[in-house]
Design a protein around this ligand. Structure first.
Ligand code: MN
Length: 397
């Protein structure tokens, strides 16, 4: 019987994702996304950075109250006040995790923190120790780990582990690493720091060179067992590793990636739509897994092949990631039933009164466009729920 090791999915859409330009979200949007993430089956929801703002504090504490089946993580720097604020925000969580971080690269130490290596090591250990007085589950991140001196990085991670960290994260904060290099670093941390202890090593990869997912997968093969990622890959700058791509890769390449996650892949498209609606923009059309063209075939030879057998050009089916069938094309001749059906396929429940209003917006848009795409429907719904006159974005035009 095949053995598949369990990989934990740590979603940071609501923290790193929200830090992306133009991606700030309201409390009700964050709650809606947190519920969706719970339904999706992620292991950890990083809900925010409580010391950063009162809004973040409220969001973390509301999500902690409501989401009972997932771990809820709150981010904090190593300062005692930060740790305490995170602990307070998590007070009512069923499975609280404090996630504390400090940079370990000399560049960050000198240019940003103005601290010596000894001071940073001390701060890391003290923060983890303090966090452990509040919760049993403490994650430590060595910011800019991939540009840190490896010996020093291992010293800091060891100090965090000795202080009681349950998860050690090795972030590629600036998306600088390559897959082989990152895998090697993860292996070094496991050999030199973990040394058989019950500590999970985690990846956190950014996409500045388009390598976030490749680096994350290399880390899993090297022994990491938690992946930090976001829906639609949103996040600082070029974004984080995309959750949907990681989960799809694990499902499609079971031969090469002998891991399993608890994510229900059929909820992926609905989650993608919900996040697009909350941040106000969708993914590029050619985005893997959730882009409008991800399952589209235009070239004649490809169409012929796909009609004969989808396997000719599709390595996964649209249904496997929850992409609705395109049998129903929505345009100005479409009725309310088709519209309501498509919304429910996209993961939205719509009351009758709302459907009337949304339908009016839909027909107005359909008069101007030949075809209305899922992304347009999400914009229409967002405009209605805002109660504003925000015009449908129509990004799919
Ligand atoms: Mn990050």
């Amino acid at each position: 019987m095949e053995t598949r090791e369990r990989v934990r999915i740590f979603d940071t859409t609501l923290r790193d994702g929200e830090q992306a330009p133009g991606c700030s979200m309201h409390l009700d949007e964050k709650l809606r996304i947190a519920r969706m993430l719970e339904r999706l089956g992620v292991d950890v929801v990083e809900a925010g950075f409580p010391i950063a703002s009162d809004g973040d504090y409220r969001a973390v504490s509301a999500i902690a109250r409501e989401c009972r089946s997932v771990s809820v993580a709150a981010l904090c720097r190593t300062a005692a006040g930060d740790v305490v604020r995170a602990a307070e925000a998590l007070e009512s969580a069923a499975r609280p995790r404090i996630h504390t971080f400090i940079a370990t690269s000399d560049l960050h130490l000198e240019a940003k923190l103005g601290k010596s290596r000894a001071q940073v090591l001390e701060a890391a250990a003290a923060a983890v120790e303090l966090a452990r007085t509040y919760v049993d589950d403490v994650e430590f991140s060595a910011e800019d780990a991939t540009r840190s001196d490896v010996d020093y990085l291992c010293d800091v991670l060891s100090a965090a582990a000795d202080a009681g960290a349950t998860v050690l994260n090795v972030p590629d904060t600036v998306g600088y690493s390559t897959p082989a290099e990152y895998g090697e670093l993860i292996r070094t941390v496991i050999d030199r720091v973990v040394r058989g202890r019950a500590i999970t090593v985690s990846t956190h990869c950014h996409n500045d060179l388009g390598l976030a997912v490749a680096n994350s997968l290399a880390a899993l093969l090297a022994g990491a067992r938690q992946v930090e990622c976001t829906i639609n890959g949103i996040g600082e700058r070029a974004g984080n590793a995309a959750l949907e791509e990681i989960v799809a890769a694990l499902n499609v390449r079971r031969d090469r990636l002998p891991f399993e996650s608890s994510v229900d892949a059929t909820q992926i498209y609905a989650a993608s739509c919900l996040v697009a609606e909350a941040v106000g923009f969708g993914v590029q059309p050619n985005k893997a897994i959730v882009g409008r063209n991800a399952f589209a075939h235009e070239a004649g030879i490809h169409q012929h092949g796909v009609i004969k057998n989808p396997l000719c050009y599709e390595i996964l089916t649209p249904e496997s990631v929850g992409v609705p069938s395109n049998a129903i094309v929505l345009g100005k001749h479409s009725g309310r039933h088709a519209l309501a059906l498509r919304y429910s396929e996209l993961g939205f429940t719509i009351a009758t009164a709302e459907l009337d209003r949304v339908y009016r917006r839909f027909t107005a848009l359909a008069d101007r466009k030949k075809r209305v795409f899922d992304q347009d429907l999400i914009s229409i719904l967002a405009a209605d729920r805002d109660g504003s006159s925000r015009a449908p974005v129509g990004v799919s035009a």
